[in-house]
Design a protein around this ligand. Structure first.
Ligand SMILES: Cc1cc2nc3c(=O)[nH]c(=O)nc-3n(C[C@H](O)[C@H](O)[C@H](O)COP(=O)(O)O)c2cc1C
Length: 378
């Protein structure tokens, strides 16, 4: 299955699986421990059924919406993913460029192989920055200043990464970040020459490393940010330092929502890190309604985890999400086809959402509300 023939996100994943050495595929595809939460993220969408509205005038439709005051062509954003460089040598630059051409938002991870200024400039004003706090909190101010100066529109504080989750596929494969060519990978890479050539070319700066004329500057400084617990004091410090919209990523229950709003948080992302951190937590689509109720309109609520279909986007919006984000799907698109692969993933989701809206009787995203979905069981 090549990227050109891919008709859905499962096909794109398959195209990536064929191109990537197994340890690299696994480091993207895998989750924590038994991967129960990871599987549940996708499976829980199946437990929701859509009740279409007949007689709706859906001859003209729009998937456009706004997120934190910015318009986007479709309510599908690109989640922060560290280490995209293993998928494609243009990594974050290709993803940012795809977000720009498709008029959506790319959340750039702290864990990056390109300078955050270069990524922001390629994203053309459509980037948010996901922050892992530096180990020495005294450096937080300088980091946030740099993010602001680069032109990022919003700051996303990830709060579910006190330590790394137990990634057993990586341990079994002997994969450590950042990915380097070790004997096992060299062996697997030999059977995946397309990937190996791209990976090696990416390691050597050269004239081909140009996106829109931007010379690529790989920065080692941000490649490996160690995770650390985020406290209320950290949140307060970040809020005081960052003057734009502040987003908290990694919320799964209503408990902290009121306090987060009081502290000045503008949006929360219901996320379990794609099932890569604590195994055994609920699927995000299960956790969403209680968070929406607790936030009570005081902030925007977004969701990521297991979104693989336009109908999944529809269901998340029906349960109160302003927009969703995808992680693995666009990394697979990136692996299979660089910037064009990421654009393909966004196009497929847009097409599917538009079709789902038409068939469900929704002409605009405002028409998508809770009455549209019911629970299949229980
Ligand atoms: C390879 C990979 C790297 C990730 N790196 C980060 C990261 O650096 N920061 C972060 O907040 N989330 C990170 N995530 C989590 C994503 O932002 C997102 O929550 C998750 O991928 C959504 O689930 P999905 O992959 O099922 O769409 C990563 C996910 C993957 C798959």
């Amino acid at each position: 299955m090549g990227l050109n023939r891919a008709v859905n996100l499962a096909d794109v994943r398959e195209a990536a699986r064929r191109r990537l050495p197994r340890p690299v595929f696994d480091t993207i595809d895998g989750g924590a421990d038994d991967e129960r939460t990871m599987r549940r993220n996708e499976a829980a969408f199946e437990d929701l059924l859509i009740s279409p509205r007949p007689f709706a005038d859906v001859a003209t439709r729009s998937t456009a919406t706004t997120v934190l005051g910015r318009s986007v062509s479709t309510p599908v954003l690109l989640a922060p993913t560290g280490g995209a460089r293993v998928a494609h040598r243009h990594a974050e630059l290709a993803v940012a460029a795809a977000a720009a051409t498709r008029d959506t938002v790319y959340v750039q991870s702290t864990v990056t192989s390109y300078a955050l200024e270069d990524v922001a400039s390629v994203a053309d004003g459509r980037a948010w920055y996901q922050l892992y706090l530096p180990e020495h909190r005294a450096q937080t101010a300088a980091m946030i200043d740099r993010v602001a100066a680069a032109g990022y529109q919003a700051l996303v504080l990830t709060v579910d990464t006190a330590v790394f989750g137990g990634r057993e596929r990586d341990r079994r494969n002997g994969t450590a970040l950042p990915v380097r060519i070790r004997p096992r990978l060299a062996l697997e890479g030999a059977a995946r020459p397309g990937w190996a050539l791209d990976f090696i070319r990416g390691a050597v700066p050269g004239p081909w490393q140009q996106i829109r004329g931007l010379p690529v500057r790989a920065t080692q400084e941000q490649i490996l940010a160690s995770p650390s617990p985020v406290t209320w004091a950290d949140l307060r410090q970040v809020r005081a330092l960052w003057h734009g919209p502040l987003v908290v990523k990694g919320v799964l229950g209503p408990e902290s929502c009121g306090r987060m709003m009081d502290e000045g948080v503008d949006a929360v992302i219901v996320s379990n890190h794609g099932g890569r951190q604590l195994d055994g937590v609920p699927a995000t689509i299960e956790a969403l309604p209680a968070v929406v109720d607790a936030v009570a309109g005081r902030a925007e609520v977004l969701l990521d985890g297991g979104v693989r279909r336009g109908t999944d986007v529809l269901k998340a919006l029906a349960l109160g999400a302003r927009a969703v984000l995808v992680g693995r799907p666009y990394l697979f698109g990136l692996a299979a086809g660089g910037q064009a692969g990421v654009e393909k993933v966004l196009d497929l989701l847009h097409l599917e959402l538009d079709r789902a809206m038409a068939l469900a009787g929704c002409a605009t995203v405002e028409d998508i509300d809770r009455r549209l979905v019911t629970r299949a069981r229980g």
